[in-house]
Design a protein. Structure first.
Length: 234
């Protein structure tokens, strides 16, 4: 299973090999960095589920509050609603300057990841969406601990509470050691601590999806013009 989050150098991938009854060896956590989304689709061995923090399925016309899944996610994240921003409508994907999209209500945060949204949308198909699932990290942490995270992930307190939450998961019991290894291998200008922690919780949701334990917002997601489901998993 894979959790994938965007970072300055491309995409940080946390790969989890869950323990099974057939294979009782220690669980593994592997961290990789890939420049392009297409590289993730060709990983070998191929992850059964790829949970990624990027909008999949886009509206054709602007809708107040964004997609239904965006609106539902905000209701579940009091105090963290600003972490759920509405993605661009599809015809804005080629914009290169914020002035081109500001009048359409796109936030500066959404514009910042526009190239990554464009990159994923160019390759996504309904068939591929069977194993590549949109997941929101803050929803994932809410599911893990039972409530929204009190602090921003950009703060020391936010990072610590997310580490403690992830340490509840067996495969991440040595998370601090893994984080030390990541920090020694990659520069902060490549992978931020918050990017890595988000990818970890996304990998946890990927396992939940594979085990039919995850929840989908909404329960019956609408399709966009490409036939992609507009949904979020957690």
């Amino acid at each position: 299973m894979a959790g994938v989050d965007g970072c300055r150098a491309g995409w940080v991938i946390v790969l989890v090999s869950p323990q099974t009854q057939e294979h009782q060896e220690s669980q593994e956590v592997k961290v990789q960095l890939r420049a392009d989304f297409g590289d993730i689709l060709t990983l070998h061995p191929r992850p059964e589920i790829i949970a990624i923090d990027i909008p999949i399925g886009l509206l054709e016309e602007r809708q107040a509050g964004g997609r239904a899944c965006d609106q539902l996610a905000r209701r579940l994240l009091p105090g963290r609603t600003s972490s759920v921003f509405s993605p661009p409508i599809r015809r804005l994907l080629d914009a290169t300057e914020y002035g081109q999209v500001r009048q359409h209500g796109l936030s500066i945060q959404a514009f910042g990841i526009l190239p990554k949204i464009r990159e994923v949308d160019a390759l996504m198909t309904p068939a591929l969406q069977r194993r590549v699932c949109e997941v929101h990290p803050e929803l994932a942490f809410r599911s893990l601990v039972g409530a929204p995270m009190p602090h921003s992930k950009k703060t020391p307190a936010g990072r610590e509470e997310r580490i403690q939450a992830l340490e509840r998961i067996e495969v991440f019991q040595t998370l601090r050691h893994t984080l030390d290894t990541v920090s020694a291998t990659y520069r902060r200008s490549q992978i931020g601590v918050d990017d890595f922690l988000d990818a970890c919780v996304l990998a946890w949701v990927a396992v939940r999806i594979a085990n039919a334990e995850a929840t989908c917002l909404p329960a019956e997601p609408p399709l966009d013009a490409k036939g992609l489901r507009m949904e979020m998993w957690y």
